[in-house]
Design a protein around this ligand. Sequence first.
Ligand SMILES: Nc1ncnc2c1ncn2[C@@H]1O[C@H](COP(=O)(O)OS(=O)(=O)O)[C@@H](OP(=O)(O)O)[C@H]1O
Length: 304
Amino acid sequence: MSLEKMEDLHLEGKYLELGTKEVNGILMTKLISDNWDQIWSFQAKPDDLLIASYPKAGTTWTQEIVDMIQQDGDELKCQRNTTYERHPFIEWEMPPPLKSGLELAKAMPSPRTLKTHLPIQLLPPSFWKENCKIIYVARNAKDCLVSYYHFYRMNKALPEPGTWEEYIEAYKAGKVLWGSWYDHVKGWWDRKNQHRILYLFYEDMKEDPKREIRKILKFLEKEVTEEVLDKIIYHTSFQVMKNNPMTNYTTLPTSVMDHSISPFMRKGMPGDWKNHFTVAQSEAFDKDYREKMAGSTLTFRTEI
Ligand SMILES: Nc1ncnc2c1ncn2[C@@H]1O[C@H](COP(=O)(O)OS(=O)(=O)O)[C@@H](OP(=O)(O)O)[C@H]1O
């Protein structure tokens, strides 16, 4: 459906709160849960590229980098449509007439680039069977939490987040949509050497985008000139993406995302958690974090 038609829908109120329902113990929206059989039987194709992440880890940024690479640095080609339409979000379901991720994916010619937030155990098995390339992007737990909290506030399809204190507890307990951050990042990390998975970190991308984009280029078996690489860095910078309606989610009706509450492109930097956590909250979070991440070789930087 075109953006103009979406704006004509007068969705006010209609999409508020999609509700939640678990899939195998993982909290999902009710629509995802109710359509789970279809999502689980999604047919991946060998040349599909999947961008996977826990919510708010830098998915949209990675999607834009990948599209810029695929379009050989032509930013106008990347503006052909919104992030949501260019890269179907396979499990996302909205009430009709809005198209689900599955519908968009099925209608898309190959080679497709797809998005998911699914924890590894819920990824449709056809992705493994077809040996698809997967880029996973991870972000430190505290910045993810802060970004997710503000996203819960502005995204009217999601439940109310409760107070900041309540949200911290829900996040620690994995009782947020798409489940536990801890299980998600560890689950993908533990399997990364058994499949074609490129595991990236938001903090590394922020520190040295050129170095990280080169990793993506190698993974995709693509080469670009130094000039194109610089163009990709520029057009995928936070400020440029924040002002680009095709990447900043402002084309959605305010009944879905209300950017006056908190913009989708909010701060775009590591370490913003320091502006939210009290010292006591941070210490309690770190203690719980050490327990949940004990024994894992996976480490994160909470600032750069
Ligand atoms: N180009 C670029 N550079 C740096 N940071 C960026 C960029 N694009 C998006 N962002 C920030 O990523 C956060 C949104 O994450 P996701 O895209 O994973 O969100 S979603 O799960 O797909 O809804 C959200 O983080 P916060 O600003 O901390 O809320 C975005 O601002």
